[in-house]
Design a binder for this molecule. Structure first.
Ligand code: ZN
Length: 474
């Protein structure tokens, strides 16, 4: 049952085997498109709940817009259009009838949404307007496809806001980025770096893009979420104007931000091991599995009676459980299966445990067996779920830290970038950024918000204007 490929030896193959064997996803006859299976989708629903709660508090409301975007709309913002057109899938026919105008399957929804914003916003009283949609996105990627990380159709949320001032919009950009960082760290136990993108890496049509980036175990960066300050660029083109309090007319300031199902891939990569998935308790669809060890029907009934009390006690604490009473599988087989699926805690109830009025508990991340009295089990399990959530983040932080480096010069940079993130000075010139990318395959991932530039540009040696993180990426 264990994975054929080992995480340390063959990371890429290990990941592919992991996400399929743990039943997070499966391949389909549609090239580049996968199924997110029930267990994977349940994780997505946890992500949705986490973000919906944050957004609701901030006054963001969910809505749904069409997935078809007329070409003329998409073309209106030139930079935006140029940025997306290589990956757009087009609808050209309805039945046998050629359409008068091609329809893009949304690669992102700024243009369709802002056409509507222009209709809905006329006064400062209509602002801020904060709308989010959970939807699918189509990007006809031709690069190597990878489950969750790069597929032609994926799921995401896109938040879009319009404000009366630049300051308000900037605050919204940072607020959304903070939700994303909290989501990654508190829910998924995936530590991230926050910062802004260079002009070369920013969202097409935005004034500024902010990002959270995580380091995967192979040293590659994974962009986990972005939040954009769109300025008044789209407002100008789509005519999102409003009357100010003193009767003047102004253009709205806008933001957009999103995270996608690639977060599920990050989660699997960071925590998984050679036995399968390891899920942080807060995001695990099933938190505790109870496996009875029995030879006769009578033993099984006794184990079930003991489990029923535990299930009721855990239920009262809001902890999800499953009693695995299948006869056709051995306990060992079941242990392996639930380990593959990443269930945080396994409870074993056998005759020896019953004789001592207790049970055996195994945490997925530690793998050690502990015996517990019946009376103490529920409280102890609850404590261990909390502890595991914290431990996974701490362990992931330590691992990420071990893949973060600082380079004094370009020779050192080239060596270190093989292993992870490299922090280095940058003069701000896009030509240095481009040269680094061409020669090392590393892109500028993020310019941290609160770091003062020091030293020189790692490429050209001129005084640094920024301190930046570089890495190869997914
Ligand atoms: Zn330079």
């Amino acid at each position: 049952m264990a994975l054929e490929h080992k995480k340390a030896a063959d990371f890429s193959e290990w990941y592919l085997e992991l996400v399929q064997s743990s039943q997070l996803m499966d391949y389909t006859p549609v090239q580049g498109c996968m199924v997110i299976r029930e267990r994977g989708y349940a994780i997505w629903e946890k992500i949705q709940s986490f973000l919906n709660a944050r957004m609701r508090k901030d006054g963001v409301r969910n809505a749904y817009f069409p997935m078809f975007i007329p070409e003329s709309l998409l073309k209106q913002e030139a930079e935006h259009f140029a940025g997306f057109v290589p990956e757009v899938a087009w609808v050209t026919h309805g039945g046998d009838e050629a359409l008068g105008e091609r329809l893009a399957l949304r690669p992102t929804s700024e243009t369709i949404m802002y056409t509507m914003f222009a209709k809905w916003i006329s006064s400062h009283r209509d602002l801020p307007l904060k709308v989010n949609q959970w939807c699918n996105i189509i990007r006809w990627d031709t690069k190597a496809l990878k489950p969750f990380l790069r597929t032609r159709e994926f799921l995401w949320q896109e938040g879009h806001t319009a404000h009366a001032s630049k300051e308000e919009a900037e605050a919204e950009v940072r607020r959304a980025l903070d939700w994303y960082a909290d989501l990654c760290e508190q829910l998924l136990c995936v530590p991230v770096i926050k910062g802004k993108k260079s002009d070369a890496e920013k969202f097409p049509g935005a004034d500024m893009t902010t990002t959270i980036e995580a380091i995967m175990p192979d040293g590659k960066a994974l962009q986990c979420g972005t939040s954009h300050l769109l300025g008044q660029n789209f407002a100008k083109i789509f005519g999102i104007r409003f009357k100010t309090a003193d009767g003047k007319e102004d253009l709205a300031w806008q933001t957009s931000w999103g995270v996608s199902t690639r977060l599920i891939g990050a989660l699997a990569m960071v925590h998984g091991d050679d036995r399968g998935l390891v899920l942080p308790p807060l995001v695990a669809p099933l938190q505790v599995v109870i496996v009875p060890i029995f030879k006769t029907e009578e033993d099984k009934k006794m184990a079930l009676r003991s489990a029923e009390k535990l299930i009721a006690a855990l239920d009262a604490k809001g902890i999800t459980t499953h009693f695995d009473e299948r006869d056709e599988r051995s306990p060992g087989w079941k242990f392996n299966e639930w380990e593959m699926k990443g269930v945080p805690i396994r409870v074993e109830i056998g005759l020896k445990d019953l004789a001592k009025q207790g049970m055996t508990i195994v945490r997925r991340d530690k793998g050690e067996k502990e015996f517990l009295d019946d009376a103490k089990a529920a409280d102890y399990i609850a404590t261990q779920l909390d502890a595991m959530q914290k431990d996974l983040l701490l362990r992931a932080r330590a691992e990420a830290q071990s893949r973060m480096f600082e380079a004094k010069d370009y020779a050192e940079f080239k060596q270190l970038v093989e292993k992870g993130f490299v922090k280095a000075g940058w003069c701000g010139d896009a030509r240095c950024e481009e040269a680094i990318k061409e020669e090392t395959g590393a892109t500028l991932r993020a310019i941290p918000f609160d770091e003062k530039p020091k030293g020189n540009c790692v490429f050209c040696g001129k005084p640094a204007k920024e301190t930046a993180y570089f890495a190869r990426s997914y």
